[in-house]
Structures are given as C-alpha cells and as structure tokens.
Design a protein around this ligand. Structure first.
Ligand SMILES: [Mg+2]
Ligand SMILES: [Zn+2]
Length: 245
C-alpha cells in the first residue's frame, strides 16, 4: 500500500468505544446512586447538555469531588474488542487519522482515554467542553451552534465532520476512505456526508443500525457502504483488510 494512502477513522464514544453511556454512569456518584425524580424528569428533548449541567450541579451540591468522579468514570468497561482495536490503530498510525465526535464531554473522555493510555491514538476529540470551577463544580457547555434541524441543539456531528474535512483539505490532507463507527441516532446525520468509497459501521442491534435499514426501506439508501459490527475485533479485521488492498 502506498504511503500516500490515509484512512480517516471517525469514532463515536458512548456505547461505541465504551460499553456504556458516560453521562448515565456518573450517576453512580450521586447519593444512593440515583437522581431525584424532579431532576430526572427535567430533561427536555434536544437539550441534553443543559440537563447534564443540572446533574453536575446536583453532584457538586452533594459534595461529590473531582477525584471521586474520576475514579468512578475510569471503571467504565470498554466495548468488547475495543482495547485490541485501539491498540492496533495506535501501532498503525501512519495509515490512520483517528478522531472522536461525541456528545459526552472533554473531561470524561480525557480521563477515560488517558487512564487506558489511548489518548495518543486520537488526533482530535470533538465534544462538549467541560471544566471544573474553582469551587469544585463540573460545568459543561454546548459544543457549538449549528443550523441542522435533525440534530440536538448542542451538536451536529455532520457539521463537525464537514469542518474537519475542509480544514484537512486546506492543509493538503485528503483521505482515501472515511470509516465512521457509531451506534446512536445522532450518528446518522454525519454518515449522510459519506461517499461511495466510504464505510459506515453501525453497532449491531443499536439505534443507528435500525435507522440505516429504515433509510433503505424508504428507498433513500446511503451512498456509502454499510458494515455492521458487534465487537472491536470485527472492526479490526476490516481495517487489516483495508491495509492489504
Ligand atoms: Mg453512542
Ligand atoms: Zn445534523
């Protein structure tokens, strides 16, 4: 394979790299490991970041400290085969650029990747910016504002991917193929950006797979190839095949 060939791997985080939702897992830090009903019921569709802001404020009010949150978050299990897959990508970085586009937040993803020593596998992480205040409260903000009617207010992954590809092109970096690995409903919008030589990899049995099959039934199938996965080992087999071509 020529050195000029480079693949772009785009990963979702929750339920793709890790086998859980990081925003749900943090509730383990709450008193009795649950949130009061009033808080739980305060979520409004499309406004997840604001909701998480209230969850973090509640944890702060209850004296949950940064080190306890970090300890809890770094016990989240990786999805089956992901440790092998990320290790493989790390060893083949000359062929792969690798980014995360996630609706989690910078603090959680940073903790989890660093604890497992995977942070160098990824060139960039696009997610909601989070930080601790000097009074010890975790705060989170919307990643950006966008004009996509299909996506939650804080994040359109398609716009993020488009901006990243444009930025790379400006620097003379084009990709032989883009592979998008995800599971959720908000991973569909970016996948509609993929072209015929690209590959969408939805996790088997999750929302994204269902939404993609719905598109085919509606006779508006995706332009890219679709390859369903259930473990990181299967994804790794596919990448090994790409490197041989
Ligand atoms: Mg996900
Ligand atoms: Zn969108």
């Amino acid at each position: 394979m020529s050195k000029a060939m480079k693949f772009l791997l785009v990963f979702d985080f929750d339920h793709t790299i890790i086998d859980e939702n990081s925003d749900t897992w943090i509730v383990k830090c709450a008193p009795e490991k649950k949130l009061p009903n009033e808080l739980r019921n305060s979520y409004r569709p499309g406004h997840w970041t604001e909701y998480m802001g209230r969850v973090f404020a509640y944890l702060g009010d209850n004296g949950v400290k940064e080190d306890e949150m970090k300890r809890t978050m770094t016990t989240i299990p990786f999805t089956a085969g992901m440790v092998d897959l990320l290790g493989f990508i790390g060893k083949n970085k000359e062929f792969f650029d690798c980014i995360i586009i996630s609706d989690s937040n910078t603090v959680f993803i940073d903790w989890i990747l660093k604890a497992a020593d995977f942070h160098k596998v990824f060139d960039e992480v696009f997610t909601n910016p989070a930080a601790y205040t000097n009074t010890g409260y975790l705060t989170v903000q919307n990643f950006h504002t966008h004009h996509c009617a299909k996506c939650p207010k804080n994040l359109c992954k398609r716009e993020v991917l488009k901006e990243f590809l444009d930025k790379q092109l400006e620097q003379g970096v084009g990709y032989t193929q883009i592979v998008y690995i995800g599971d959720g409903g908000n991973d569909l919008c970016p996948i509609t950006l993929l072209k015929k030589d690209d590959t969408a990899m939805p996790r088997q049995g999750y929302t994204l797979e269902k939404k993609i099959s719905q598109l085919s039934q509606d006779l508006s199938p995706l332009e890219c190839s679709v390859l369903v996965w259930s473990s990181g080992i299967e994804i790794m087999s596919y990448f090994k095949l790409l490197l041989k071509e």
